[in-house]
Design a protein around this ligand. Sequence first.
Ligand SMILES: Cc1ncc(COP(=O)(O)O)c(C=O)c1O
Length: 428
Amino acid sequence: MNTSRSEALFAAAQKLMPGGVNSPVRAFKSVGGQPILFDRVEGAYAWDVDGNRYIDYIGSWGPAICGHAHPEVIEALHQALAKGTSFGAPCALENQLAQMVIDAVPSVEMVRFVNSGTEACMAVLRLMRAYTGRDKLIKFEGCYHGHADMFLVKAGSGVATLGLPDSPGVPSSTTANTLTAPYNDLEAVKELFAANPDSIAGVILEPVVGNAGFIPPDFGFLEGLRELTNEYGALLVFDEVMTGFRIAYGGAQAKFGVTPDLTTMGKVIGGGLPVGAYGGRAEIMAMVAPAGPMYQAGTLSGNPLAMTAGIKTLELLKQPGCYEQLEARTKRLSNGIQAAAQAAGLPICGSSISAMFGFFLCEGPVRNFEEAKSADTTRFAKLHRAMLERGVYLAPSAFEAGFTSLAHSEADIDATIDAFRESFAIIA
Ligand SMILES: Cc1ncc(COP(=O)(O)O)c(C=O)c1O
């Protein structure tokens, strides 16, 4: 595999941007070797600057659920572009996407659009505090809610990938109100509430974890959190930046039948353009400026291009059979990966829900971040390289979920399983 142009460009990038990238995990630090620089993406594929083609299981870290550069999204964007890129004033497209999100996501009666998942989570925490008049927050070890100070405590994603305990530059006063518990551990949450009965504004979590590897909630975990938050007058917040419109059209809350008070979203709702959102019960959202006193704003929020990509993406996802296809193909992939590892005599555990999957190179089961850390990351790094050489682009970290799309064909899944079979045999 010739990657000379990627290597030259990345060498130059390292002098221009910290670590040569604009988001840490992209730098391949935890899997070693040089990152591949993409030139273009289409459908299930990405092409690098040296002309190599990969079946892509990152999908821009989630947004590309209809496949990259879907022709209908691109066409809609062309039309929107002709009217200008940003209005800085209200537009009808915002109503349209807001209505679609409200119709789809059970907890959302009103929504505010922002520009990223980080922004959505920052704002939702302010809202939790404003509404309850309480300061403390419970989050779970290995869950990632963007890079705002208050959430950089035992955070997943890049923070876990790079093994950083927390980040320098985050004052301890900022995280003093952030309490943490192991995922899937209701008893630990109960103890936190018992010790702080009147001061916890709420609980935020990934309803299916994707940032500590892929970890589904235990039966009863989400329901238990709903009951506990109700009992203590605290808010339950699902961070569905990753799971929204991916685990089901209505997100994980629709799939599991547990309705939080507030929800954050991103990725898919922007169809590949920068969009985040937070929403929930109208009575809580009425606190947000200018309807209420909680301030939050954004120059590019609700811009017509991002709204257009989001609307078209949701329209495509609404077509019958989409989620059935995503579920069946992703499950076949996940089963194939596990069978391939087992055939090579390697320990593995993993699963999938809808268009999200993951595996850990350990016996399992993995129910929380601590257990995830027992996976063999050195072997994962070798696997990652072997897969790349076979034209399959996996997330460059043992602690990230994989994403499929409507563009991944049965043939793509077969080719991927074959590549896993060969790669596992090499690294065993
Ligand atoms: C669950 C979750 N919340 C928040 C974020 C932050 O979103 P963004 O990267 O758009 O700021 C992410 C990003 O991966 C995420 O997965």
